[in-house]
Write a protein that binds this ligand. Structure first.
Ligand SMILES: NC(=O)c1ccc[n+]([C@@H]2O[C@H](COP(=O)([O-])OP(=O)(O)OC[C@H]3O[C@@H](n4cnc5c(N)ncnc54)[C@H](OP(=O)(O)O)[C@@H]3O)[C@@H](O)[C@H]2O)c1
Length: 240
């Protein structure tokens, strides 16, 4: 039986590439996002085994019920990839922008993560996958809420991984930590390095999912940057 996976934020960038890669490998894939036309064109491209569902993750109860509808059309759910996210870099760092990021990247993420974890516990198995960022490892003046929202993802998933270790259900919790990947988020930004094509990022993400990894840097070389960031003293970040 092919595994069934739902991906949030599959209308562009990393999520779309991962949907295509999982579909190519034989998964039954559920693609979600707000832009219906994008979902429809993905359906046209992939055809069978691709199910689509328009969904805004900030609409909490509605997102849970739409996820349930999608999973029942797919015949169940084995893997949830919580990828939907926004960045507020270059948009000013006002209160409105911060709250918007928190709504999508924290509240929208935790809403579906907690729901799916409970579902997996009831059904006895499942894989909860979150998409964090190397940005989670430090504070940054131009995108304080984005970096903090991804730090939330790291700590939250670690907590759920611990919880999973104390249940009889077979639940894996995987945290994918990308560096720079070519997408709408990185479009037009200058001074970026090691920008991975979305297809390469998607292949490495799927490998980490299938290997049931706890965490994986995407692409792998970002582990070096993460290691350097973790070693660096706090005063450097305070003065940057
Ligand atoms: N690209 C990078 O360099 C990079 C690095 C580290 C981490 N990441 C993370 O990777 C994930 C994917 O980002 P990306 O780079 O692929 O950017 P992207 O191309 O902008 O994709 C973001 C996705 O999130 C969806 N989304 C945004 N707001 C949503 C909402 N309210 N409800 C439902 N879906 C929503 C978008 O779909 P709709 O607009 O159709 O709703 C889109 O499919 C994000 O969590 C991002 O933080 C990216």
């Amino acid at each position: 039986m092919p595994k069934k996976a739902i991906i949030t934020g599959a209308t562009s960038g990393i999520g779309r590439a991962l949907a295509i890669e999982m579909h190519r490998k034989g998964y039954v894939v559920g693609a979600t996002g707000r832009r219906t036309k994008r979902l429809e064109s993905l359906k046209e491209k992939l055809g069978d085994r691709l199910f689509i569902q328009q969904m805004d993750v900030t609409n909490m109860d509605n997102a849970v019920s739409k996820l349930g509808e999608l999973a029942s059309r797919m015949g169940g759910l084995d893997i949830i990839v919580l990828n939907a996210g926004i960045s507020n870099l270059n948009e000013g760092d006002g209160r409105g922008n911060d709250l918007r990021v928190i709504d999508v990247n924290i509240r929208g993420f935790a809403n579906l993560a907690a729901h799916c974890y409970n579902l997996f516990e009831k059904q006895g198995h499942g894989q909860l996958v979150g998409v964090s960022s190397v940005a989670s490892l430090f504070g940054w003046g131009q995108s304080a809420s984005y970096n903090a929202s991804k730090a939330f993802v790291n700590t939250y998933l670690q907590g759920y991984r611990q919880k999973a270790n104390h249940t009889d259900a077979d639940i894996t919790v995987t945290n994918l930590i990308p560096g720079f990947v070519k997408s709408e988020i990185t479009e037009g930004r200058e001074g970026l390095f090691w920008i991975a094509p979305t297809e390469k990022a998607a292949r490495q993400m799927l490998h980490a999912i299938e290997s049931r990894r706890n965490t994986a840097y995407i692409t792998h070389r970002w582990r070096i940057i993460a290691w350097l960031i973790k070693l660096s003293p706090q005063w450097i970040w305070n003065r940057m």
